[in-house]
Every structure is written in C-alpha cells, then in structure tokens.
Design a protein around this ligand. Structure first.
Ligand code: OXD
Ligand code: MN
Length: 646
C-alpha cells in the first residue's frame, strides 16, 4: 500500500495565524486533523478557505487533497476494498463492483432542493395551491438551518477528500471548475472517471471562481447504528441542496450517483442551467452524437430524452445503414453556446459514462460493452461465479455454467426461482469516455462541436409517431415543453406512469421553468443566429397487442438519415397537424430487420391528440400558470386548431 504522510496534532494561537498567512498554511496541516495526502498550502487561497471552513464544520480526522494520479487511485481502491465497498471483478481488467445499502439506489428528487431568496426564481407558482412538479424550493435561511442539523461533525473519524474537477476539457472557454469535498472514497473513484480531476485543474483555476460542492454520506465514526452492505448513508436525513445565488451545492446522506457525484446533475444541470440563463447559453440533459455519411459529410446532433430512455444506446449506436457512421461526443449532458459566427457549438462537460446497466448488451449496444471491459466501477449489478457481471438483458451472452449472485446477495439467483431481478433496475456502469470505441475525434475540442439539429424524445407507447420536425424554433420550443414519458427507475417514481418531463429537464431545472422557456425563445429574436432544426422522435410506440412497432437501436439510423437530409433541406417532409413527417418513400427501410406498418407508425389518432392537447393545457395552466410565455400558449392553441381538423 502506498505510504501516507503524517503530521502532528497541535494547537496554534489564532492571533499568530492571522498575522502570517504562510504560518497559517503550515499550521493548518497540524491542527485537529491530519493532511494525509497532498499539501494544503499549495491550494489557491480561495480553495484553502473553502476547505478550512468545512473542515471546521464537518470535523474530519484526515484531509486528502486529490491529485488525480495513478498512485492516488491505487490508494483509494486499496481503502475501498479494505472497507468492503469495492470488490475486484477478476474476469476483467481493473473493474470493480460496489453494492449499496438497498435504501440508497437512485436519485431522490423529492429531497432535492433549489434555494433562492425568491421562490418564484426557482419554481412557477402552481394554480390553486397545487404542489409544483417542476422542482422543490427552500429559502436559503431555512436550508441553512437544515444543513446545520446535518453537517456539523458529520465527517468525524473519516477522511475529507478535496476534489478539484473541471466540467469540460480543462481550460476550454466553455468549461467550468468545481471543488468537491466528500467523505466517500467511492465518490472520489467515480469522480475520477466522470470528470477531469486533479492538480491540473487547480492550475487552470488560477485563483478564479469555482462551484462549491460539499458532500457527506452522513455517518460519522464511531457508528451509532449498523451500516448495510458496508455502504454508509443516512436515507432519513438525505438532502441535496443548490444555492443558486452563491454557486454552491451541499448534499447529505446519500452516496449514490446523481446525489453524490456532484459534477453531474447538480453542477452540470441545476447550477449549470442557471449560469447558462445568466450568461446566454444552454445546459441541457442531452447526448451529443456525430453522424457521418459515406461522402464524408458530417452533422452533429444533440438529443434530450428523460433518464433511462436509451440516451447511451443512441449516443453509441451502430448504424444499420452501412453508409452512416455514428460517433459519440457524450451520452447525458450538453453545454451549448452560439459562437461569434452564429453557429451553436456543444461540449460534453463529462469525462465518462454513468450508464444504466440493465438492457445493455452486445445486441443493443456493443460499443458500451466494449467501453466497460476495463477500468469500470459497476454499482448494484449482479455478479457471476467466474468473476464477471450480469444484469437483465445479458441472458443470451453468458454461459449456463456460471452461477449468479444478485445485487442483493442472493447467491444462487435464477430467473425462474427468484422473485426479484438479478441487478437493480437502476444499476450502473461508470466507465471512462476515452474507452468508447466510437468516441468522436473532436470530443475534446475546446470550442465544442457544431450542432445542426436538436432532438426531443420520450417513451410514448401510444399516439406519437416515429419522428416529426417542428415548423420553426418557437414550435420546437413548444415540442420540448410538451415532452412526456413513462417513468423509469432512475429516480424514485413508479415505472410506467406517464409523466410530463419538459426538455427531459424536469428533475434538473435550476430555475423557474417559465423563465427557462423564455430563455429558449429569446434566441429566435437574434437574427444573426443559425438556429438548428428541432425534431421529436419516439422509438417506443406499441401496437394493439402491446408489441413495439419499430425495432429501435441500430435501426434508428434510418430516422437519423432522414434528419440528416432535412438538415440539408431536402424536400422529403410533409405537413401534418403536429409537425413535418417524412414523405413515406423518403424513409430508407432497405433491409429493415422487422416488417413495419408505416401508416400505423405515423398515424395521428384524433382522440389521442385531443386528449394530449387537453393534458398539456391543464399541465401548463396548473403548473406553469402565469409564468407560461404567451408564445407557448399560442403554439398550443394552434395545435388544438390543427388537431380539430384531423
Ligand atoms: C442519469 C439520470 O443518471 O438521468 O443520467 O438519472
Ligand atoms: Mn441523465
């Protein structure tokens, strides 16, 4: 095991410290905690103060300043194995399995808050006292009280890790820097994959501003109650707070994914969307893919789908049309900004994939399977007796000889006899982007990639056609606002219920959704901008027998082909009540793996669309109320008129 650096415990006069910043730095290392890794004196002054302030609050025994090195990673995996949190998966190279407390398995939306002085800056006021579905607000003063119940001494007996990280390529003008303080080594190991983390980030920070990210699992030592699965957490006290006015995130009680890897949803979307509104750009829940045809012509597309709707599969798609090659820039988040020539450009602020494991296989996503063969942390998947992993969807890809141990530790799991799935439905792989075999060559271009189209989509079993294009930007914004999808296991909601999920951002808005819509609409007033075309897709329509009407996965390239040609303004679209759909002969169906009924796939049942208009009207009226921009209402009225004529 690597050597640790030791310091003495010692008390130093506060007056002396005040007089000499240099002495203060040296003495900091010798207070009531030990700096066991790194040199606190080398941190920029503003980072040092942030660390110091929270050391005083959380009282960790040790402080570890992350440098992102291999040596550090070896140390962390050693500690995590010793603590029983990570288990090596010998079948693969440098792959690890973590199993959480079964009470800490997903994002907790109901415990996730945005704090602003004015409630209306966070959420629209719903009609008739209804509860907002567009975010949770708490005043900064009340939130500070909540945090004061939780954070004091919460890291006693533990190590506080200081993680300097960059969202986006280090030094890109589109990137932003955060400092996360956490008492979870699992979080450090995951942040190392999901962000650019380490000493070079501090150099790029160069004394500038950063987003403050404080995280604790909330289980100081010695423990006062048992920990399940060696996974410390405190579900009863879990709280994820965002202070928009001070660019600060505080998360308590959960070690899982979006609750604890604060660069992802908390920073890149909730804090990010507010920064984007202020600074004139977009922080969106979108994948970014490159699409190149056989003539070498290339387009980049950003696509928003709710959690667990196949974003990773689309971002890494193997095209079934041989004339197209898909490349991946990102699978979850896009930061986009118009450049000086009016072209929208996007970066993926992340550095890895935190993908939903179940359903991923060599059939559905061979590139993801290749990506996760090494250097990957798996969480809540099942384990096989030959030292590998298993989840629902891999049945045909493993030998019948091996035994499966479920994520809950059921050692002889079998589909037939076990009541529960082998892997948790929200189990994940966390893998470096650099391992993706189809990673786009421009994915780290500090200027971003040029975006030619934006796609919105969701799981819509009924009524919504395979693809349609908006009439214009404003209509496109309306389509984004109108997104609905079946709930999935990524958060605590019941699967299969149809939820409104505008822009796939419902759990991630960092400010009032009405203002968010105004922000999107404002770009149509800027004539100098080359606004991308906007589309809506639905791979999930079912027939009367409950069968999917479209094969999906690689066959979705046929839809991308149509979108590609529409970006080039080819005359292959026909107008309908809801938007432009393909002239049927323009969809390339050569060699399609399944017979499809195009008429049914594109049908627009009048009753369905009338109900849809009603549901949207009610949703906008109840939930967005007076904050709904009039342009969205105008689009809804226009849709209503067109649907009447169906
Ligand atoms: C995710 C999510 O983890 O959207 O990407 O829940
Ligand atoms: Mn997501």
């Amino acid at each position: 095991m690597p050597e640790l650096e030791n310091c003495e415990n010692e008390q130093v006069s506060p007056r002396l410290l005040k007089d000499s910043p240099q002495l203060k730095r040296q003495c900091l290392q010798m207070r009531h905690y030990r700096v066991i890794y790194g040199d606190i004196g080398l941190l920029p002054e503003n980072v040092q103060s942030y660390v110091e302030e929270n050391v005083r609050l959380c009282r960790p025994d040790n402080v570890h300043i992350c440098d992102g090195s291999e040596r550090e990673n070896d140390l962390l995996t050693y500690v995590l194995q010793k603590d029983g949190i990570l288990k090596k998966l010998p079948k693969y190279e440098n792959c690890w399995l973590a199993r959480t407390d079964p009470a800490d398995v997903a994002r907790v939306e109901r415990l996730t808050y945005i704090s602003t002085e004015l409630k209306r800056d966070t959420v629209p006021t719903p009609k008739n006292g209804a509860v907002s579905q567009l975010g949770n607000w708490m005043s900064p003063a009340d939130m500070d009280n909540e945090l004061n119940i939780r954070f004091p001494e919460c890291m006693k007996g533990r190590t506080m890790y200081v993680i300097p990280f960059s969202m986006g390529p280090v030094g890109s003008p589109l990137s932003k820097i955060g400092i996360q303080l956490t008492d979870s080594a699992y979080v450090v190991a995951s942040m190392r994959i999901m962000t650019r983390m380490g000493s070079n980030v501090l150099a790029a920070l160069n004394g500038g501003q950063f987003v403050k990210c404080l995280h604790s699992v909330g289980r100081p030592l010695p423990l006062t109650a048992p920990v399940h699965n060696n996974w410390p957490c405190d579900p009863k006290m879990t709280l994820v707070a965002h202070f928009q006015e001070r660019n600060e995130i505080c998360s308590f009680g959960s070690g899982y994914g979006g609750n604890s890897l604060l660069g992802k949803k908390c920073f890149a979307l909730r804090i990010g969307s507010k920064l984007a509104q202020k600074e004139g750009w977009f922080a969106e829940h979108m994948l970014i893919l490159g699409l190149e045809n056989s003539k070498g012509e290339k387009k980049y597309i950003a696509a928003a789908f709710p959690s667990a709707c196949g974003k990773t599969n689309l971002a890494m798609m193997t095209s079934s049309l041989p004339e197209y090659k898909v490349t991946c820039v990102g699978d979850d988040i896009a930061w986009m900004r118009f450049d000086e020539s009016g072209q929208l450009r996007a970066i993926n602020p992340e550095n890895g994939f935190f993908g939903v494991a179940p359903g991923t296989s060599n059939k559905t996503n061979p590139c993801a399977m290749e990506t996760i063969k090494s250097n990957t942390v798996f969480t809540n998947v099942a384990e096989t007796s030959d030292g590998g992993i298993f989840w629902e969807g891999l049945e045909k890809e493993m030998s019948s000889e091996v035994e499966i141990t479920s994520w809950l530790g059921d050692e002889h799991w079998s589909k037939e006899k076990s009541q529960k799935p082998a892997a948790h439905p929200n189990s994940r792989f966390c893998a470096p982007a650099s391992q993706c075999p189809i990673l786009d060559s421009e994915w780290e271009n500090p200027k971003g990639v040029p975006i030619d189209a934006i796609i919105f989509g969701g799981r819509r079993p009924e009524g919504v056609p395979l693809v349609y294009e908006s009439f214009n930007w404003q209509h496109g914004v309306f389509i984004g606002a109108s997104m609905r999808s079946e709930a999935t296991a990524a958060a605590e909601h019941k699967a299969k219920s149809l939820m409104h999920d505008p822009f796939a951002m419902r759990p991630f808005f960092g400010y009032n959704f009405g203002d968010y819509l105004k922000h999107w609409l404002s770009f149509q007033e800027k004539n100098e901008l080359n606004l991308p075309k906007i589309f809506h897709v639905n791979w999930f329509r079912k027939d009367s027998k409950g069968q999917f009407m479209w094969p999906g996965f690689g066959e979705n390239s046929r839809v991308l082909d149509w979108i590609f040609k529409r970006i080039n303004n080819e005359d292959i679209a026909q107008e309908t009540a809801i938007g432009l759909v393909p002239k049927f002969e323009s969809l390339n169906l050569d060699g399609l793996s399944q017979q499809v009924d195009l008429k049914a796939l594109f049908s627009l049942p009048r009753e369905f669309w009338q109900e849809e208009v009603k549901a949207l009207d009610k949703y906008f009226d109840d939930q967005v109320n007076v904050d709904l921009p009039p342009q969205i209402l105008e689009e809804l009225r226009n849709l209503d008129e067109r649907v009447k004529k169906l």
